[in-house]
Write a protein that binds this ligand. Structure first.
Ligand SMILES: [Zn+2]
Length: 489
């Protein structure tokens, strides 16, 4: 038995002022055949899980390229075609194979390609023919298109947001592909379109219980797999929105029935799933009146994990204007300012312009007389057990005493280690300003006296009603109050 695997992944914010090319993939993660590390990255867990099973069961795994770029703007056409053709060339060379397993993110958009993953999977299908099994794994913040559904046999997405279960999803795809190849199961899948876009954290109700129930359904009776695509509101594509995928063992009617049932239930959660997001003014009032410490204020939309630059100064400026002093900011992306700080050296005082440089909606740059408190080449933070690079970083001290970490590699704030690795004890500060929608939660909840989710109107297209989608033509909530009535009429 011979199985080919590959992974091409990024999340494209089509509204972002950034653009993505090969250097972004190389900077984040690029592993040619045989060079995938022993630990999985988010979307490449199919590699490590397939290796385990191949070693145990004695079949042959042929590894193609695995690559990932930090979420950003539109992908350069040549870059997408180059990565795609690299993987397709590896697959052709590996033929004949019994199965292909692809670790995808599912929200990649390139110049001329609204559905990169659909394009990739259909080309894989053209090469392998109708009888070879194709298994795919996705991040739930993705778009599920007809081209992907018809060309893949197995579709699995991470169930948790924060994505603490990405290894489980990789394991599930590999297992379902192997069982199919051995004739133990005949996967039959159904997809239900929920016609909505919503933020769906599973760290809180009602999603927590819903996901626990879905997990319990897997393996019970003929239900093989249940997955949910949450959708990604910053991707202007025709298939934007939440969808349910149910795979049963040779029972399409059951798959269809369950997908519809769960889909309507998920649709019923609209408007109830988010923690309360408050404006910057309300957040600062709340923080100033609170005795808790540290108070974590997360800028939920200026989250580089959603493809924006992460250099917004809006919340920091508001905090400075309100006279906050005992705070640390982790982080503001500004490689140019980091470079100037490195040239100045630790301990130097200089007039510095930082942040707010990449677009019109992230606030103006801040000009201040700052002291360079700490420099660190190639700093990093944890995300669970994995290490996330932050690039060269500088801690600057503002005239009022607040401290700001400037970073060179864009990343959202995952873990308090981003502060401690830069010499800041996060528990010693009254206020911690971070940039993340929900992935920060697991690690920061352990040290936070209070968490405030701040809804700053900035560069992220956070309101579907006013985002001005051009490619989305299906009716979806909240743009349409009752999308199912709109379809019926
Ligand atoms: Zn995601």
């Amino acid at each position: 038995m011979r199985i080919f695997c590959a992974s091409i992944a990024t999340e494209t914010n089509t509204f972002s002022p950034l653009r993505t090319d090969f250097s972004d993939f190389k900077e984040s993660f690029y592993a040619p055949p045989g060079q995938h590390p022993v630990t999985p990255t988010l979307c490449s867990a199919v590699f490590t899980e397939a290796r385990l099973r191949a070693a145990k069961e004695g079949w042959e795994l042929i590894e193609g390229t695995a690559t990932w770029a930090e979420p950003g703007g539109l992908v350069n056409r040549e870059t997408y075609e180059q990565l795609r053709d690299e993987v397709l060339g590896q697959l052709r060379a590996a033929m004949p194979v019994d199965a292909v397993i692809l670790g995808l993110h599912g929200a990649m958009v390139a110049q001329g390609y609204l559905d990169c993953e659909g394009d990739l999977i259909s080309r894989v299908r053209d090469i392998v023919g109708p009888d070879v099994i194709i298994g795919t794994s996705y991040d739930p913040h993705s778009h599920l298109t007809e081209q992907r559904i018809t060309n893949a046999d197995i579709i699995v997405a991470f169930k948790e947001f924060p994505h603490t279960d990405f290894v489980d999803a990789g394991r599930s795809v590999v297992d379902l592909v192997l069982r199919t190849l051995r004739g133990e199961i005949t996967p039959t899948k159904a997809v239900f379109d929920c016609h909505m876009i919503e933020v769906l954290p599973t760290s809180r109700e009602p999603m927590r219980s819903f996901i626990d129930r879905a997990k319990a359904m897997e393996g019970a009776g003929d239900v093989l797999s249940v997955s949910f695509i949450h959708g990604f509101m910053a991707g202007d594509v025709p298939d934007l929105g939440a969808k349910v995928i149910v795979t049963t063992n040779n029972d399409p009617a059951k798959a269809n029935e369950l997908a519809q049932k769960l889909g309507h239930e998920l649709f019923g959660f609209r408007g109830t799933t988010r923690p309360s997001f408050v404006t910057a003014d309300v957040a600062l009032d709340q923080a100033l009146a609170s005795d808790a410490r540290p108070i974590v204020l997360t800028d939920v939309w200026d989250n580089p994990g959603g493809g924006v630059p992460g250099d917004s100064t809006i919340l920091l400026r508001a905090a400075m204007e309100r006279g906050l002093r005992d705070f640390a900011v982790g982080t503001i992306w500004d490689p140019m300012a980091v470079r100037i700080c490195i040239s100045a050296g630790e301990g130097a005082t200089l007039p510095l312009r930082f942040g707010g440089k990449t677009g019109a909606h992230a606030g103006a740059p801040i000009d201040a007389e700052v002291r360079v408190k700490k420099i660190r080449r190639d700093s990093w933070q944890y995300f669970g057990d994995s290490i996330v690079p932050l690039g060269d970083c500088a801690v600057i001290e503002l005239p009022g005493g607040g401290e700001v970490i400037l970073n060179s590699n864009r990343s959202q704030s995952f873990d308090p280690s981003l502060f401690s690795n830069m010499g800041i004890d996060p528990t010693s500060k009254k206020y911690l300003f971070i940039k993340s929608t929900n992935h920060f939660y697991d690690a920061f909840a352990k040290i936070a006296g209070e968490i405030i989710y701040v809804d700053v109107h900035g560069p992220y297209p956070s309101d579907p009603k006013t985002n001005g989608y051009r490619h989305l033509t299906r009716p979806i909530w909240p743009i349409v109050d009752d999308p199912f009535a709109a379809i019926a009429s």
